[in-house]
Design a protein. Structure first.
Length: 705
């Protein structure tokens, strides 16, 4: 008996119809076919079974036997593209579009625009054929597990989700920024705006204000997503989906579902507190590429560094000018203090008695809104004058913020701690050590103390809004807000690096002062540089004195004595020199001589001739023993001036001659100039106009007549 023929049973597997151009997307068609076969489904490709029938009839027949439509498009239109999509009718549709497509046929562009508007179609963008295998497998798997049991159109998210938070109090002092940023966000070419700035400067409050005002400017309104509770960048997509109320599946990343949800919407998407998930910045870029009608407003302590980003720094509130404490026109910082103080104590008012204290509190807090609000709340128990004393001594007193604030903003320290936590170890190290600088610093100081590699780390601190870049007389300098510097110093103390950081700072500025000292008599730029670094020099002197490094204290005092003199800071000079003289022990002869010289010169300029003569006489003797002609010349010259005031012209002339002889060949041209002027004065007093004329060449005019 012959073997029986096998009985052919019908193949009931799901059939996937693949629509694409044959030549342009041959590789992509093969990738889709492989993906379909990999799921043990049947790919249906029109060219695989061509028959001598009209093309439309063939497509209709194949589609009638298929359960899923997959369309792959790039630049060419294809004669059957529109017809195939229309014939697919109610089949589930997965559409994949290759980008970029600089030469796309306008007919295909029109078809894709219609497809994007169809909420029933899954519309995905891909960059290369290699991407398709995963995309198609994932989407088909999702269809098999979910699509056929789900409604054809997913329900719209609850409109209450991602609503703009309603501020509990009116915004103060941001009118200009709101108008400027509103114009920016309404510009057609602007898709991404990032508000940057230090913690507590008011980025979230400003974003909420903008969101509230721009609700009607976007057809689909505004969505507000807050990310402070998101722990890792990998969870950003899921957080966006959850807040936006987007249905997600386990077969693909949540951000893909968010992109599909936003694809056809025209809205403003506000994403708040992005700094701690900065590595997820490409998610924002991906969303904007997939959803051409969406504009993003992001708040972050650092820019996202994305193409097309408009990073806008939110500055602290304007401060009153030094010495200004007007009741008539308070600045925005003072207005904010008063507004929040009245919320804490209804009878609070700005008065002639408290306006100076309130103004200084705002200055001390650098106009930082969060710090001002925390301080203003303390008027429940403290008068402004008492509060000012607290703020002067300890920014840690600014605690007890509203319970509905994020934990990181309930104290000023918590706010800055949040930023510090986001730094890498080199950033944390440099941040803490920069706290040793008072009044700012320049790039040369950073490179000298920390090395050239620290420049990149400094750039990160600037980007994180922990260090501010400023222009000072055409030169670039850097500084920390007072509250941030106070935090850095606390960290420095806790880390055990306090002494090393301040010692390195002091050595640098001692060296700078000694390099500039020879130029002080004739180079205005040298005096200007020391004036710029006045606070750092003050901190350096305090460090040397507090650490009983007396010799270094004397070196610095002598190096900047001319600066003190020219700047009218003789009280500061006397205060330091007297403190050194009262406590210094074991000074070498050189340091002792310079201490005496500085003390005597300060006393002379202050009019205490007796003390000046005693100190300068001793200094002249010590300097003579050391062979220090340059400084001995100065001592002799000042003693000559004292002798002249005492009515001893002969002694005065002898001392000036000594000063002039010793000063020849030294680097201090200003000492020689003083000698010449005093010699001329002595000659005039003695009735010798000819000598005076020779001493003042070109300046005597009628004296010789």
């Amino acid at each position: 008996m012959a073997d029986a023929l096998p009985i052919r049973t019908p193949d009931n597997r799901l059939r996937v119809y693949v629509s694409s151009t044959l030549d342009e997307l041959a590789v992509e068609r093969a990738a889709v076919k492989d993906a379909v076969l990999g799921l043990r489904l049947i790919p249906v490709l029109a060219e695989s079974g061509a028959r001598p029938h009209p093309v439309r009839d063939i497509h209709r027949a194949y589609l009638a036997q298929s359960q899923v439509f997959v369309g792959v498009y790039w630049q060419a239109h294809g004669d059957a593209a529109d017809g195939e999509f229309a014939l697919a009718a109610d089949l589930p549709k997965l559409v994949y579009v290759r980008e970029p497509a600089p030469d796309r046929d306008p007919r295909l562009a029109d078809l894709l625009a219609r497809i994007r508007r169809d909420a029933r179609v899954s519309y995905r963008v891909f960059g290369a054929a290699g991407d398709l295998d995963r995309l198609v497998r994932d989407d088909l798997a999702r269809l098999l597990s979910e699509r056929f049991d789900a409604p054809a159109v997913p329900p719209e998210p609850d409109p209450r989700l991602a609503a703009v938070p309603a501020p509990a109090s009116p915004i103060v002092g941001r009118g200009a920024e709101v108008r400027r940023l509103g114009d920016l966000l309404n510009a057609a070419e602007v898709r991404l705006v990032t508000l940057t700035g230090p913690g507590g400067v008011g980025k979230t409050r400003l974003a909420a204000e903008l969101a509230g005002q721009l609700t009607q400017a976007f057809p689909d309104g505004v969505r507000f997503v807050e990310l402070s509770t998101v722990t890792t960048p990998e969870l950003v997509g899921a957080a966006l989906a959850q807040v936006l109320g987007v249905h997600t599946s386990t077969s693909r990343p949540p951000v893909d579902d968010v992109k599909a949800h936003l694809r056809d919407r025209a809205l403003l998407l506000v994403i708040d507190n992005f700094e701690h998930v900065a590595d997820a910045a490409p998610v924002v870029s991906d969303l904007l590429r997939s959803a051409p009608g969406v504009t993003a407003l992001v708040t972050s302590r650092a820019p996202l560094r994305l193409t097309g980003e408009h990073a806008v720094e939110v500055a602290p509130l304007p401060l009153p000018a030094t010495g200004a404490d007007s009741l008539d026109a308070p600045t925005d910082a003072v207005r904010l203090f008063v507004d929040r103080a009245r919320a804490a104590r209804r009878d609070f008012a700005l008065t002639p008695e408290n306006v100076a204290a309130v103004t200084e509190i705002c200055r001390r807090l650098d106009g930082l809104p969060l710090a001002i609000e925390l301080a203003a709340a303390k008027v429940r128990v403290l008068q402004p004058s008492a509060l000012l004393d607290r703020v002067r001594g300890d920014f840690g007193c600014l605690r007890g913020g509203a319970r509905d604030l994020p934990v990181r903003q309930r104290t000023l320290r918590d706010t800055i701690d949040w930023s510090h936590h986001l730094l890498d170890p080199p950033g944390q190290h440099l941040f803490c050590h920069l706290g040793a600088f008072a009044g700012g610093f320049d790039l040369a100081a950073v490179e000298s103390i920390f090395g050239i590699d620290a420049v990149d780390t400094l750039d990160g601190l600037i980007e994180s809004s922990l260090v501010k870049q400023v222009e000072h007389h055409g030169e670039r300098r850097f500084r920390m807000l007072g509250s941030i510097r106070g935090y850095a110093l606390d960290r420095l103390r806790d880390s055990g690096g306090w002494r090393a950081a301040h010692q390195a700072h002091a050595r640098y500025f001692l060296g700078l002062a000694e390099r500039l000292e020879p130029l002080l008599g004739g180079e205005p730029s040298a005096l200007a540089r020391l004036e710029t670094e006045h606070e750092n020099l003050h901190a350096t002197m305090n460090w040397f004195v507090d650490e009983r490094q007396w010799a270094d204290a004397v070196r610095l005092a002598w190096a900047i004595w001319v600066f003190w003199w020219c700047n009218g800071d003789l009280e500061e000079s006397a205060r330091y020199l007297d403190r050194i003289a009262a406590h210094a022990t074991d000074l070498g002869d050189g340091a002792a001589a310079h201490l005496a010289l500085g003390t005597g010169a300060t006393a002379f300029v202050s009019g205490d001739l007796e003390r000046a003569e005693a100190a300068l006489t001793w200094a002249r003797s010590l300097l003579g023993e050391r062979g220090d002609d340059g400084d001995r010349a100065l001592a002799a010259g000042i003693l000559g001036a004292i002798a002249l005031r005492h009515g001893a012209p002969d002694r005065a002339a002898a001392l000036q001659a000594e000063s002039r002889r010793l000063s020849e060949g030294t680097h201090r041209a200003w000492v020689r100039a003083l000698c010449r002027s005093r010699t001329g004065i002595i000659a005039l007093g003695a009735g010798d106009p000819d000598t005076a004329a020779r001493t003042f060449p070109g300046r005597t005019g009628g004296l010789t007549r």
